[in-house]
Design a protein around this ligand. Structure first.
Ligand code: BGC
Length: 458
């Protein structure tokens, strides 16, 4: 393998990603309304260690320093999310200009440093005022979302030229409405398909609004995970198909093909419902790109007791697993991108998240944080991505998750995904070896991926 084999296309967008509630802190500052995460973390027992986003990485006050950090690492792009309740404290109605100004200043600073911003409008922090009206269960949320999106389009479009409507709607419904591990913490088979459908309608309404007021590019961010049958039995094969439809097809099929995968009715049974055709016309909008978050795969077997998809994950004994228990499996990126090409006609794709939580040693006396497993993870996944480009995928950029160690939702601060270490006592930032390595990858546009990575960390 030579440098020419691993170099990425000209203009490839390299960056890191974060989300508002996970890094900002000061969630109620300057007139912001509360989000459902603010409420969730206040309920004892729902997050590890009772952790909250009260301080997080204090990015709300240290944003300038964080942009300088990215610039120092040579990043070309940055994916962040906007906290809906900072902009509209009640979720709708009057605009809190101080909230808008925060993101406006951030974007100006990014542009001044030559970093291309990608803004996600919704990364799970729904305003509580809307949750009190039913949140994602209320069909009105489609236009609440579009109205909020329009405020941000009018404020930032032109300076921001890459927009994403929703981050991982599958996690919102599976974690928030079906299993209850994430805000708003419901556990209800009947609610999950309704929340999913309204997320999709909101996405459609947001894109539609963008076409009337925005001039650049907008897409949807989904997390996809290839599902492989554990064995050759018909039951395992069917289980893998169900798991695949549930996680990978549930949102992309309606958004891009205007229908749900047929397995959905089997999965939800009595709780599934047929939706009016007009809804699919709203949901299926022309998208400029798909944002694909990739972390792992799953090997699945039939498991009638696993509610409601009836599939179980089979842990691979010989594989490396991250601290969140996810198998490291770079080929899944290649396989999933092949599936996207075949099923959806090769749309432009950004890898909007990819990364791993590993145990990190403390900052050493020489100032380094040695995280060779994360370096390996980046190296192997970027080689896989390069292979997918060779196979014909139209990949426009890659965002490592995450710029900083941050609030990992119900796992609190226990899991570290950052390329940059955060000392949660002093809030000091220290680039890990993985940050230094990624910086070299970016500077060489992928050329150094042809060499073993650890030479750069010695
Ligand atoms: C989410 C992030 C999260 C990451 C690691 C993604 O599902 O978009 O917010 O921190 O995965 O779990």
């Amino acid at each position: 393998m030579t440098a020419a084999d691993t170099r990425f296309p000209d203009g490839f967008l390299w960056g890191t990603a974060t989300s508002a509630y996970q890094i900002e802190g000061s969630p109620l500052a300057d007139g912001a309304g509360a989000s459902i995460w603010e409420r969730f973390v206040r309920t004892p027992g729902l997050t590890v260690g009772g952790d909250t986003g009260e301080v997080a990485c204090d990015h709300y006050r240290r944003w300038r320093e964080d942009v300088a950090l990215m610039a120092g690492l040579g990043m070309k792009a940055y994916r962040f999310s906007i906290a809906w309740a900072r902009v509209l404290p009640e979720g709708r109605g009057s605009v809190n200009t101080r909230g808008v100004d925060f993101y406006s200043r951030l974007v100006d600073e990014l542009l001044a440093r030559g970093i291309t911003p990608m803004a996600t409008l919704f990364h799970w922090d729904l305003p509580v005022a809307l949750d009190d009206r039913g949140g994602w269960l209320n069909p009105d949320i489609a236009h609440w979302f579009a109205d909020y999106a329009e405020v941000m389009f009018r404020a930032l479009d032109g300076r921001v030229r890459l927009w994403a409507t929703l981050n991982e709607p599958w996690v919102v419904t599976d974690g928030g409405y079906l299993h209850g591990a994430l805000a708003p913490g419901h556990r209800n088979l009947y609610e999950a398909p309704i929340a999913a459908h309204n997320l999709l309608r909101a996405h459609g309404a947001g894109v539609q609004r963008y076409r009337s007021v925005g001039r650049h590019r907008i897409g949807l961010v989904v997390n996809l995970e290839p599902k492989y049958p554990a064995g050759g039995s018909a039951a395992d094969q069917a289980a893998a198909r169900r798991a695949h439809a549930y996680m990978n097809g549930q949102f992309l099929d309606p958004a891009l093909l205007g229908r749900y995968p047929e397995e959905m009715a089997d999965i939800f049974g009595d709780a599934w419902r047929e939706w009016p055709q007009a809804d699919f016309e709203l949901i299926r909008q022309k998208l400029d790109f798909i944002g694909f978050n990739y972390y792992t795969r799953s090997v699945t077997r039939d498991d009638p007791a696993a509610w409601p998809v009836r599939t179980g994950r089979v842990r691979q004994k010989l594989a490396t697993h991250t601290e969140t228990g996810w198998e490291v499996f770079p080929d899944g990126l290649v396989h999933t991108l092949a599936w996207i090409r075949e099923r959806y006609g090769n749309p432009p794709v950004y890898i909007t998240e990819n990364g791993a939580a590993f145990y990190d040693p403390p900052v050493a006396t020489d100032g380094r944080v040695r995280d060779p497993l994360r370096v390996d993870y980046l190296h192997s996944h970027l080689l896989a991505l390069r292979a997918a480009i060779d196979a014909g995928s139209d990949i426009r950029g890659y965002f490592a998750w995450s710029l900083l160690d941050n609030f990992e939702w119900s796992l609190g601060y226990a899991k570290r995904f950052g390329l940059v270490h955060v000392n949660y006592d002093t809030l000091e930032r220290t680039p890990k070896d993985s940050a230094r390595y990624f910086s070299r990858v970016v500077a060489s546009n992928g050329a150094i991926l042809s060499q073993p990575p650890h030479a750069f960390c010695a």
